[in-house]
Design a protein around this ligand. Structure first.
Ligand SMILES: C[S@@+](CC[C@H](N)C(=O)[O-])C[C@H]1O[C@@H](n2cnc3c(N)ncnc32)[C@H](O)[C@@H]1O
Length: 599
């Protein structure tokens, strides 16, 4: 019926126009021009795959191809064509201006209908014809989620191979936080899970209940998928918001093979969930797994060297995308609790007002992706400093002078918020962190995953204060100066309200670089402080930024730098020379300025 053209890895159906003309010439019956009768004939012709007749009716022009069909779930003729898989008819409909991205009342686009019906040639055609891959249907699922749920590997390949799919498309989450990989793992589609992982799927992304795909695979007893995820180093003892590990979930549903697999890979039988239950306590009494778990628990009890120092499984209490566990293997200090965990800057006084008025906010009129130099937001930042989800190498991550200020696209821009190249800090960071007690610097933050240079890591969050308010505070250890040259000065204090960034220590060889970023308002007095990776950061490294010389000028009386780097400027041995020589110079510290003495 149609021949095919190869483009990249994709085979795209080619519509044979001569064949359509030929089919049209065989139709000799009179066609009634009454609109309702035309529509009925069209539906009938479509259902019978009568391409010639569909072409003739559409040519009459008096039939609205976009009309909704109540008897077909309020879809359009394209939904109908998608379910039958007739690519020539889909071509004719699109030629007649049918909207390719309409959702029917079950919230399916034509592409989703084709995926569910496994009409793979139609899927190729609709993707090639520009169907919106980011369109979200029921429960916020994209076409890739649907393809994963229905086990349609061919569709997954077509979608991900398409030039319309952006870099991180494979990791988009639905309303429940599920990635396409989570769907494939839950429904035991091994080949799809493997395909996603080899195409950039992140096995550690958490859903709204903090489950990772391994939880779902274990919960369903999908042993082969569990093994696949573990072979890609999935954390076997990962806990969800209820404290359940994959072993808890597998034991609860008595999935014997899966429990054996997890135990053989050294899953920890001693982990307790929020009900104070181990996997053994959670298992079905006298079920298949019970005696195996009992034996594993008894053997484990004999191993006394199990102390992990875990004080909390998530210091953010579910506020971050990924939980942030807290460990102390150093002293008796408990989990820090003298502050309130927040994820957005806050203001506790009326002494100033952030100007959020619409006329003061510039926005762009780009279509989709904001990659051109014409983007108004990029122009405001001098140029767009992001590409493929990170800072471009041109961005000054090492210089002492202030880095450029970044204006990200905002709610008033016309671009597509998912595809736009100029939105990073406004999206939650997907990196994983841990709070760890150190011997000489109190608490510290380390990254659990590799972070490439230029990646956005986290935001320094806290209470916005005027300089005068900050001066009245006794403890200045968590102040971050917003350092505005032209107007009144403000700072962020993370002492009482803050996120995990308040625990990031100083280093003379820092791996983070603070950048001023504006998103929801353009009031220059109140930039957001985004910390970006200054270089590649290996997993398990401590995060740090440079607190600046002024900090050490004030603090040297109480303590000196313990960063331990070879170029440390403020250690017991070097601080005298560093500040003695430079003390007289009025050095402008680029970002961080702690002004007050610690009492
Ligand atoms: C913003 S807090 C960082 C988190 C802090 N470690 C804690 O336990 O809460 C800044 C304080 O951490 C300690 N600190 C940070 N970097 C340090 C360094 N390089 N050497 C010594 N102490 C440091 C100092 O006590 C400093 O006042």
């Amino acid at each position: 019926m149609t021949s095919k053209e190869k483009k990249g890895n994709q085979i795209i159906p080619i519509i044979d126009l001569k064949e359509i003309e030929n089919l049209k010439s065989r139709i000799h019956e009179e066609i009634d021009c009454d609109e309702t009768k035309l529509l009925i004939s069209l539906i009938k012709a479509l259902a019978n795959n009568d391409v010639g007749k569909v072409a003739i009716i559409l040519e009459k022009g008096s039939c609205n191809a976009n009309r909704r069909l109540p008897e077909y779930c309020n879809g359009t003729l394209l939904h109908l064509a998608a379910s039958t898989g007739n690519v020539q008819i889909a071509y004719l409909l699109i030629l007649n201006q049918i909207d390719i991205n309409v959702l029917n009342s079950a919230q399916n686009s034509a592409l989703m209908v084709a995926i569910k019906a496994e009409k793979n040639e139609m899927i190729q055609y609709l993707v090639h014809a520009g169907a919106d891959l980011t369109l979200k249907g029921i429960d916020g699922m994209t076409c890739l989620h649907v393809a994963a749920e229905y086990g349609n590997l061919e569709a997954c390949k077509v979608i991900l191979d398409s030039s319309f799919a952006h870099k991180n498309f494979v990791n988009l989450q639905d309303d429940n936080g599920w990635t396409p990989l989570a769907w494939a793992c839950d429904y035991n589609f091994f080949d799809i899970a493997k395909y996603f992982i080899s195409n950039g799927a992140d096995i550690n992304i958490r859903d709204v209940q903090h489950n990772v795909p391994l939880h779902w695979a274990a919960f369903k007893g999908n042993t082969q998928v569990v093994e696949l995820l573990l072979s890609f180093n999935a954390d076997i003892n990962v806990q969800n918001v209820h404290g359940d590990t994959p072993l808890h979930l597998s034991a609860r549903d008595d999935h014997y093979n899966c429990v054996i697999m997890l135990l053989s890979r050294k899953a920890d039988v001693s982990t307790i969930n929020s009900d104070n239950s181990t996997a053994l306590n959670s298992s079905v009494a006298n079920g298949l797994c019970f005696s195996t778990l009992k034996l594993a628990t008894e053997l484990n009890l004999k191993d006394k060297s199990k102390a992990t120092g875990l004080l909390s499984s998530d210091i953010s209490r579910g506020r971050e995308l990924n939980p942030i566990p807290c460990y102390n293997n150093v002293d008796n200090e408990k989990e820090p609790n003298e502050y309130t965990y927040i994820t957005k800057n806050c203001q506790s006084s009326n002494s100033f007002q952030i100007d959020t008025k619409l006329p003061t906010i510039k926005s762009c009129t780009c279509v989709d992706i904001c990659k051109s130099t014409e983007c108004n937001c990029a122009k405001l930042s001098l140029k767009c400093w992001y590409n493929q989800g990170k800072l471009i190498p041109d961005f000054n991550l090492v210089g002492e002078e202030d880095s450029p200020t970044i204006f990200e696209c905002n709610d008033f821009c016309t671009c597509n918020a998912i595809l736009c190249n100029n939105r990073l800090v406004q999206k939650s960071s997907t990196e994983r962190f841990e709070l760890l007690r150190t011997t000489k610097k109190g608490w510290s933050v380390k990254t659990l995953s590799f972070i490439p240079m230029g990646n956005y890591v986290c935001e320094y969050i806290g209470e916005i204060l005027t300089d005068m308010e900050a001066d009245r505070r006794e403890d200045d250890a968590y102040l971050f100066d917003l350092d505005n040259k032209d107007t009144d000065s403000f700072c962020i204090d993370a002492k009482f309200y803050g996120n995990f960034s308040r625990f990031i220590n100083h280093s003379c060889e820092p791996n983070l670089h603070p950048v001023k970023v504006f998103v929801e308002h353009h009031d220059r007095r109140f930039p957001r402080i985004a910390l970006f990776a200054k270089n590649n950061i290996e997993a398990n490294q401590e995060l740090s930024f440079d607190y600046g010389e002024r900090f050490w000028q004030v603090k040297r009386k109480w303590f000196t730098c313990e960063c331990g780097t070879s170029s440390c400027k403020y250690s017991k041995d070097t601080i005298g020379a560093t500040l003695g020589l430079r003390g007289a110079r009025k050095k402008k510290c680029p970002v961080s300025k702690k002004r007050r003495k610690q009492k």
